[in-house]
Ligand binder design. Structure first.
Ligand code: SF4
Length: 214
């Protein structure tokens, strides 16, 4: 893996991406009741499965403070994790709904909400140190799901792999030592509305991981 940051958890006022720090400041003024901070990973560090998303959604994790909680992407993600035993409880789109992840952790390639959901390459590169540290702190991780190309590319770099050797494709599986990287289109509303990602396609990715991890 690439070099390891001191912490897997950025400061709530992390200044490393000036554009995102400014945006965060503006959002805190506009929506003082929202979380509006770097979103930490959800789930136990002893998990074998790590899911890597793109970045907090404006109305999702950026509002609620828990990855994929409060927007459409979370509806599909958590329903599928519950179906395959990677979560327990009832997902109610709020961080105090009591939902627990089981042998699963969820993080993001970029921890702060980006304008228009589009982080810049420099921001992705800068925030990777927290992804590297997150993975380094997971001694049992055996499966990583990259949700979309950006998560895929950043995870590859975090693992110290070259993109040419492991190009992104939905359903593709890449070996990285003891870790198997599974690619999926992001479970966003846009992707499901346009038919790029169907529920069955997403289901198949998580089913394959369940079959591998037992
Ligand atoms: S995206 Fe990551 S590196 Fe950039 S400001 Fe937020 S927490 Fe810091």
């Amino acid at each position: 893996m690439a070099s390891i940051a001191a912490s897997a958890v950025p400061d709530r006022n992390c200044p490393l991406c000036p554009r995102l720090a400014e945006f965060r400041k503006a959002m805190r003024k506009r929506e003082p009741d929202w979380f509006n901070s770097p979103v930490d990973s959800f789930g136990d560090a002893t998990a074998q499965l790590l899911i890597v998303g793109l970045a907090p959604g404006m109305q999702g994790a950026n509002r609620t403070g828990r990855p994929f909680t409060g927007d459409y992407a979370g509806d599909l993600l958590y329903a599928t994790l519950l179906e395959y035993g990677f979560a327990k409880g009832v997902y109610q789109a709020r961080p105090d709904d009591g939902l627990r992840l089981v042998d699963c952790r969820i993080s993001n390639a970029v921890r702060c909400v980006p304008p228009q959901n589009k982080p810049l390459p420099a921001e992705i590169n800068t925030c990777r140190q927290f992804l590297v540290a997150t993975m380094a702190a997971m001694p049992r991780v055996r499966a990583v799901v990259a949700l979309g190309r950006i998560a895929h590319d950043s995870t590859l770099k975090a693992l110290g792999l070259r993109n040419a050797a492991a190009p992104f494709a939905h359903g593709a599986v890449h070996e990285a030592g003891v870790i198997r990287l599974y690619d999926s289109y992001h479970c966003s509303r846009y992707n499901t509305n346009t038919g790029r990602l169907t529920v069955a396609m997403f289901d198949a990715v998580i089913a394959a991981i369940r079959a591998r991890l037992g």
